[in-house]
Design a protein around this ligand. Sequence first.
Ligand SMILES: [Zn+2]
Length: 386
Amino acid sequence: MAYPSTVRAIEDELARLAADHPDLCTRTTAPHRSHEGRSISYVTISGGEAGRPVLLTGGMHAREWAPPDVLLTLLDRLLRAYEAGADLVVPGFTDTAPARDIVYPEATIAAADVRRVVERLELSVLALINPDGRAFSQASAANAMWRKNRRPPAGSATTCRGVDLNRNFDLAWDFERYYDDAGDVAVSASNDPCDPQVYVGPSALSEPESRNVASILRERRAEFYVDVHSFSRKILFPWGMDSNQSRDPSQSFRNPQYDGRRDGGFGGRYGEFIPGDLLDAHVRIGTAMHDAMIQGAGDDPRARARSEYAVEPGLALYPTTGTASDYAASLQFVDDPIAERVVAYTLEIGMDTDGEGGFQPVPAIYPKIEREVHLALMAFLSAAAG
Ligand SMILES: [Zn+2]
C-alpha cells in the first residue's frame, strides 16, 4: 500500500487482510454509512478464545493522512509475523534529508510477544473513521487542510459544512453548560457550524462517523483504546476536559452540581476525578510506549531526540470536550459501564519540525513515523495482553 493511501486503497487493504488471513482476521461493516454514503469497515484480529477487547482507530481528522496507513501496515506485519511464528521486524530507516544522515536501526518485537498479542486480544481496528473528509482532503491542494467530516450545511444554507468528529462524542459535549465563562473561552470547541476546525455538531453523537466509534466501543466492550492523530509527538491520556485529581469523586462530569463552575484549566477550583490506580495505569503504559520508541531509535542522540513523545494528560495540549478517547474512558464511569476498567489514549504522531511535515508527513519521512507508531502500539498491545 503506497502512502498516502486513498479511501479506496484502505477499503481494499482491509478486504485483502481478511481474505489473506481468514482464520485470524474478520472484516465487519460499521453500522452507519458516512454522510456521502460511503460504507466504512473495520477488521478484528483474534487468534484465541475470549480475548480482551481492544480498539484502535485513525483517520478521524481528514487532513491527517498518516494514521490510517500506519495502522494497516501494523496489521500486515503483525499477521505475517504471527503466521510465520517469527519476530515482528520494524525495518531500519536513514533520514537523508539535507544536512542530516540519521540512522534509526532495525527493531524487533519477539515472536512470543506477537503470539501473546494475537492470542490474548480481540483487536479491532477502524483505520479510517472519516472517509468523506479524507477523500475531500486528497482531492485538491486547496482542500488539503480540511479537518472535519462532510455533513451538509443546515437548512437552506449552502456554506459551512462539516463537524469536528473529535468534539462530537457524548462527554461534556454541551461545553457552555459544562464550564464557567473562563472555561468556555479556553476550551477548544465551537457551536458555530462555520468554524472550520472545532464545530461540535448539532447534538452529541449526531454524526454517523462518531456513532460508529461509539457503537464499536460499546458493542465490543473495549477495555483498551488508542485513537491515532497527527501531530505533536504526544501520548495523551484522560482527561482532556479538565485537570486530573484523585481525591474527590464528586468532582465528575456526571455531577450537574458543577455545571457552569468547571474551569477547564490546571490549578483551578475544579478537577476531574480519575482514580489513582487508573491514573497510574495510564502513566505506566504510556511510559512503556514512550520507552519503546526511544529504544527503537538506537544510540544516536539526534534520533532519540526526534523520537521523544511526551506522556501527559490531554489537558496539556489544550482543554477539549467530546473527544473519542475521553469518551471511551468515561464509559467505565456511566450507569451501564462497558468494562470495569478502560485505558484510553490519543496518540499524536509526527511533528511539524525536523522536516516531518506535520499533518501530512512527506513520503521520505513517513517510514520514520510509521516505525515509531508500530513500536509504540506493540508496547501498548503487549501491555493490554497482560
Ligand atoms: Zn486529529
